[in-house]
Design a protein around this ligand. Structure first.
Ligand code: HEM
Length: 126
């Protein structure tokens, strides 16, 4: 039987492009998150998050071709991420997900993943 990936089920690259673009619009206006990003142009960070998510959910593996093994916890080590930063990140992602208006079950899968992944990036006390 045909295996439909989560990536395909939510609408493929276009959906991840919209999600991550909306997320970084939120980051640009977020007083907790914006100062964490080292570059003035958020475009490259937007590309990296989109390519990572596309790969994670079963789409093309361009992320690893360009960046190697994700090692996300290690890549976040330079940034102080406590509960405040985690919650700000999740709030901006929730807004971006609300705009997608995914079917309930797909929304729940994606949101569960983000809440667990964001917790695993915490590297500082609150
Ligand atoms: C990179 C912050 C959670 C995925 C970054 C960067 C910052 C950051 C400042 C560097 C920007 C850049 O790429 O130039 C945070 C904060 C989080 C968080 C404050 C709060 C918990 C997450 C989560 C994911 C994620 C949950 C995945 C689901 C990524 C990816 C990169 C990245 C893929 C680029 C890694 C690379 O260099 O290839 N993040 N992040 N982040 N973040 Fe996060």
């Amino acid at each position: 039987a045909e295996q439909v990936t989560f990536y395909e089920a939510v609408g493929g690259e276009e959906t991840f492009r919209r999600l991550v673009h909306r997320f970084y619009e939120g980051v640009a206006g977020d007083p907790v998150l914006r100062p964490l990003y080292p570059e003035e142009d958020l475009g490259p960070a937007e590309d990296r998050l989109r390519l990572f998510l596309v790969q994670y959910w079963g789409g093309p593996n361009t992320y690893s071709q360009e960046r190697g093994h994700p090692r996300l916890r290690m890549r976040h080590a330079p940034f102080v991420i406590g509960a405040v930063e985690r919650d700000a990140w999740l709030a901006r992602m929730r807004e971006a997900m609300d705009d997608l208006d995914l079917p309930e079950q797909l929304d729940a899968m994606l949101w569960n993943y983000f809440t667990m992944a964001a917790q695993s990036m915490v590297n500082a006390p609150s």
